[in-house]
Design a protein around this ligand. Structure first.
Ligand SMILES: Cc1ncc(COP(=O)(O)O)c(C=O)c1O
Length: 378
């Protein structure tokens, strides 16, 4: 019998998956024996190969985080001018454009997937547009076919921010094989992590050479520095943790699949709640997040009310992604940031709530969270 007492301890939106201390110690011994801490060491080399297989991609370059990886992706394709992106994403997405002196141009999102609306991209293209930077938000794939069609018609590059999409596949194809380049984040809060880390994936050997130079200061050899690169290298300790975590990711995914089912079962009939879109038959999802939308007019309570009240029960949901990137002080003066250009994103941003989702939660925890949520209905 569930009671509506507050949880005894705080329930956060997620909790990192920890490998055992013994596994880490064993790998640390290998690193100490090799006397190699960073700069393309043996753990790094092995992890690159293992992730190339796991993500079903032709080429992969590891990075010290996803943001630097995305900055390098823009550099490697020599993007400039304007890049069309989504306002419904983490701050890093438009910021990497700014760090490349590129103007982010915000395009509205699709109400069902919350991803960039592929049908609206064309209307945002100008003579200055060089690329589309789309995000597989919460691991739900973008409309990769339509996006590629638009890009091909206008000669644009396509970069995917796949920070949330580890292991996602469309028709058995790794999500990182779509577009010119995809970026994965291996931050501690992600389904799969290297503590901090990230990767770029793509299908071109020459691009890999260029990306690997860019992530190592542009240093070609002891005598030649051939481009203004940056320090994007993943260290050996993070790479070793990443190798261990590959053994955890499917188990964590299975636990989250079960928790998703409990949320769906408990919340499906609640008027005013929109749940995550169902999985398309040819798509393999990773179930990393569980996100709901609350329509105040029907549910009788606003998202902000629910967020505040949940905290009184020690449930710390998060308003991902609110505020929209188009509402940040550094972007709101852009023409494309006006609410009139982004009607769907502005509604979704007011309704969305990321619920606790991690393998360490029990099914009873989720049932209780849902009971608390339902008790707020006005
Ligand atoms: C959509 C999105 N893009 C980019 C990033 C940045 O990745 P990182 O934290 O690895 O730099 C994140 C990070 O959490 C993200 O959620």
């Amino acid at each position: 019998m569930t009671t509506l007492e507050p949880f005894p301890e705080r329930i956060y939106v997620t909790r990192p998956v920890f490998p055992t201390i013994e596994e880490v110690t064993e790998k640390l011994r290998d690193i100490w024996a090799a006397k190699w801490l960073t700069n393309n060491g043996p753990q790094h080399t092995m992890l690159e190969h293992e992730l190339t297989d796991a993500l079903k991609v032709p080429y992969l370059s590891l990075f010290n985080n996803g943001t630097i990886a995305l900055i390098v992706a823009c550099q490697s394709l020599r993007l400039s001018g304007e890049v069309i992106t989504t306002p419904f994403t983490f701050a890093a997405t438009p910021h990497v454009l700014s760090w490349n002196n590129i103007a982010p141009i915000f395009c509205d999102i699709d109400a069902a997937t919350m991803n960039i609306d592929a049908d609206k991209i064309e209307s945002m293209i100008t003579p200055h547009t060089t690329a589309i930077l789309a995000v597989h938000v919460f691991g739900t794939p973008c409309d990769v076919v339509k996006i590629q069609e638009v890009a091909d018609r206008y000669g644009l590059r396509v970069i995917y921010d796949a920070a949330h999409a580890f292991g996602v596949e469309i028709g058995g194809r790794g999500i990182g094989t779509f577009g010119d380049i995809s970026m994965f984040s291996f931050h501690a809060t992600k389904l799969y992590h290297t503590v901090e880390g990230g990767a770029l994936t793509h299908g071109d050997e020459h691009l890999k050479q260029r990306i690997d130079l860019l992530k190592n200061f542009g240093i070609k050899n002891e005598d030649e520095v051939v481009m203004p690169g940056i320090n994007g290298k993943l260290n050996e300790i993070s790479a070793a943790v990443g190798r261990i975590m590959l053994g955890y990711v499917e188990d964590e995914r299975q636990k989250r699949i079960r928790l998703h089912a409990v949320y769906n079962e408990e919340l499906a009939e609640v008027d005013g709640l929109t749940l995550m879109p169902p999985c398309a038959p040819d798509v393999k999802l990773n179930y990393q997040y569980y996100v709901i939308r609350i329509d105040e007019k029907i549910f009788g309570r606003s998202r902000d009310f629910v967020y505040d009240e949940l905290r009184k029960y020690n449930v710390f949901a998060r308003k991902y992604f609110h505020p929209l990137c188009s509402e940040f002080t550094c972007y709101r003066q852009l023409n494309s940031a006006s609410p009139a250009n982004l009607p769907v994103a502005n509604v979704v941003g007011q309704q969305v709530l990321s619920m606790p989702m991690y393998g360490g939660l029990s099914e009873d925890d989720v049932r209780k969270i849902c009971a608390i949520l339902k008790s707020f209905k006005g």
